[in-house]
Write a protein that binds this ligand. Structure first.
Ligand code: KG4
Ligand code: ZN
Length: 333
């Protein structure tokens, strides 16, 4: 069983052998955050607190399981919002103690990395991973269960955060990512010229704060924000973000020529992003994996359960996390 409460979702998933999804229950506090057009940490934590036990029960019944069927408990231990994390961690600690299960702490981004094994097979090491979300934006060379090399990360905002903030500027609902994608379908991606952030830099890091400023500047220049202009802005912005992600992925793959690339995190739901990365992968003969369902790209409990399963089974020999022992380090493992 995996418990994920790092942001605005209260999520519990149950998986078998690390890859087969038995249940993946998610209660989002999105409705509350739509009003504020962004996540309010205190609101998210209180919402998770009120829902977590019923989400655990629903997940067990959807999986047709009882506690006797659960071998390992896993929970996200960071990074994320402190209050929300604490709800998941304390719930997992208590349940692991009561039902006498080993408890595995899972780093949130490593959870996203495992989302690509769900419904498939064990990780295809070595694999180049682009994980893109509201809170993180990383390029990782995943060499083995406990061997990761962080190749690049964002120096400021993550791409999802940029989608959300630009969505707000365009008067769209929260979260901005899916809304911008919808609007972009009606727009011209060449109508406005947005920068491809960090494209000229030889490193593999990202930056998305400048592109938000570029949008503010564009909006100041536009006399009338008609529906077509908004669609053109959305399409041009989306194109700049996805191209900048592709530029860095290409650079990383020139150095680390893996036969498989994983795309994960909320922004990986974006069909334009999937399309341009797929075109690139087809051209160079690399296999691209995206999570098999959109629900697996965004935060969910099944990915945490999967990561917990593989961590536990590959580190069993010197396992010391039994019951209440929690390693609160945010290292990738
Ligand atoms: O992985 P996730 O659920 O949470 C974090 O770990 O941050 O990702 C949420 C992010 C939000 O910023 C959201 O706008 C973005 O993923 N997102 C998208 C799309 N769907 C979700 N961004 C672009 N296009 C989408 N279709
Ligand atoms: Zn996430």
């Amino acid at each position: 069983m995996g418990i994920e409460t790092s942001c605005d979702e209260t999520a519990v998933g149950i998986v078998k052998n690390g890859t087969e999804i038995l249940s993946n229950t998610i209660q989002s506090s999105l409705i509350l955050h739509k009003k504020t057009q962004g996540v309010v940490p205190e609101v998210a934590a209180r919402d998770a607190f009120s829902k977590i036990l019923s989400v655990v029960d629903t997940s067990l019944s959807e999986a047709n399981c009882t506690w006797a069927d659960i071998d390992i408990m896993a929970c996200t231990n960071g990074p994320g919002l402190a209050g929300s994390l604490m709800v998941g961690i304390e719930t997992a600690r208590t349940l692991a103690y009561i039902y006498d299960k080993p408890l595995v702490p899972v780093q949130h981004i490593s959870g996203h990395m495992y989302s690509n094994v769900l419904g498939r097979d064990i990780p295809r090491f070595p694999v180049l991973v682009l994980t893109v979300s509201g809170g993180h934006n990383n390029l990782i060379l995943w060499k083995n269960y406990f061997e990761f090399e962080l190749l690049g990360e964002t120096l400021d905002d993550a791409s999802g955060e940029a989608f959300d903030k630009v969505g707000k500027m365009l008067g769209l609902d929260f979260p901005g990512g899916p809304e911008i994608e919808k609007l972009a379908k009606k727009g011209n991606p060449k109508a406005f010229d947005f920068p491809r952030p960090m494209a000229q830099k030889s490193n593999l890091d990202f930056s998305y704060s400048g592109i938000k400023t570029a949008m503010v500047n564009q909006l100041r220049k536009i006399p009338e924000l008609t529906d077509q202009v908004r669609a053109d802005l959305a399409a041009s912005f989306q194109e700049a973000v996805v191209e900048s992600l592709l530029i860095k992925l290409k650079k990383a793959h020139k150095i680390h020529k893996t036969t498989t690339i994983y795309l994960s995190g909320g922004v990986s739901c974006n069909e334009r992003l999937q399309q341009i990365i797929k075109n690139y992968c087809d051209k160079i003969g690399v296999e691209l994996y995206c999570p098999i369902q959109k629900i697996l790209s965004t935060d969910n409990g099944a990915m945490i359960a999967s990561a917990g399963y593989f961590k536990y089974n590959h580190l069993k020999s010197d396992w010391n996390y039994k019951n209440t022992e929690m390693n609160l380090s945010h290292d990738l493992v």
